[in-house]
Design a protein around this ligand. Structure first.
Ligand code: PHE
Length: 340
């Protein structure tokens, strides 16, 4: 019986076959198990001679099964190792890698330029309340900037002025002056919203706000700061600025700043002085705005400016349609060297 089963174990080709042999021999109804049960009915003498033989047979078959099982498992592992090899020397698939969007890239550049001038980055919410976006900035109720065609309003419960999608980054001036003591030197880059759309306007665009509040600040500081920033940003020394008197409710005096352009290789570039284009709004912070924030306008003065980031990016990289910035068209990004 032992040799019959040992042969069957040797013949078992896989785990299932081996298990069938085990059940047939050593299972509850197994032949060897049954044989063991006969021991009880034997005479003591018989048991003495037969018992050890049966136990030995059982042990032998069990050992054979264990050995075979280990052998089968090893064979299976070897087979898997042969078929599932991993060739680490194979070159990896080319996976497309993202790059930083031109607008984000320009924001990073600006943050770096202004960090060198001692400015830190401040932030404010894109959903802004009426007071921060308008009131505290001395923009009167009837000012056209509040009119429906410019401002996106956010629905509210009807009590009080509805919140707005901030129409400029200037509310960050207010938030900063309310929470920090002078000297203040901040920039605030971020998204702003106006309901307007054509080749040079998108309903969402980006601005960077600058604010300096200290003692004895004057227009000369503003002009030097803007000149230094634009020279660093366009990486040219022949940047010429022209401050044009203008009006903003939150600055007095106010100036729109034009930068000189010239034509190089048939393209209009910033630098030189063949013509002028407007790049930002600025001015000395209105004393009323300073007072609205709880600071004493007799003690503190300052300047502020606000500049379209997307415009800056278009000028620097020679792009002509603002809307393409926000289409996410990979061909456009690749064309301008942003490698996706
Ligand atoms: N907030 C103004 C705008 O959106 C720009 C500005 C900022 C002007 C700061 C003066 C001072 O056009």
């Amino acid at each position: 019986l032992q040799s019959t089963y040992e042969a069957k174990v040797a013949d078992a080709g896989d785990a299932a076959a081996l298990e069938a042999v085990r059940v047939a021999a050593l299972g509850k109804q197994g032949e060897i198990t049954q044989l063991l049960k006969t021991l009880g009915k034997m005479s003591p003498d018989e048991r003495k001679t037969e018992g050890p033989k049966i136990h030995a047979a059982r042990q032998a078959v069990q050992d054979a099964i264990e050995a075979k099982k280990a052998e089968l498992e090893k064979a299976e592992l070897d087979a898997r190792l042969k078929t599932e090899t991993l060739d680490l020397s194979l070159p990896a698939d080319e996976a497309p890698r993202g790059s930083v969007h031109p607008v984000s890239q320009v924001m990073d550049e600006l943050a770096e330029i202004f960090a060198d001038l001692g400015f830190k980055v401040a932030e404010g919410p894109e959903i802004e309340d009426d007071w921060h976006n308008f009131g505290a900035l001395n923009i009167p109720e009837a000012h056209p900037a509040r009119a429906m065609q410019d401002t996106f309003y956010v629905e509210n419960d009807g009590e009080g002025a509805p919140p707005v999608l901030r129409t400029h980054t200037s509310p960050v001036q207010i938030r900063t002056m309310m929470t920090e003591q002078p000297p203040i030197r901040i920039i605030a880059p971020g998204r702003v919203y106006r309901s307007d759309s054509d080749a040079t306007h998108t309903p969402m665009f980006h601005q960077i706000e600058g604010l300096v509040i200290d003692k004895g600040v004057h227009l000369g500081h503003l002009k030097w700061t803007l000149e230094t920033f634009l020279k660093a940003f366009f990486e040219r020394d022949d940047i010429v600025l022209r401050l044009r008197p203008s009006y903003f409710p939150f600055t007095e005096p106010s100036a729109e700043v034009d930068v000189g352009w010239s034509v190089e290789k048939g393209r209009r570039v910033v630098g030189g002085q063949e013509g002028w284009m407007e790049v930002l709004g600025s001015g000395m912070v209105h004393p009323k705005v300073i007072a609205n924030c709880g600071l004493d306008p007799d003690e503190y003065q300052g300047f502020a400016f606000g500049c379209g980031i997307d415009r800056l990016a278009m000028l620097k990289y020679g792009m002509d349609d603002l809307r393409a910035f926000f289409d996410g068209d990979l061909r456009w990004l690749r064309h301008y060297g942003f490698n996706f």
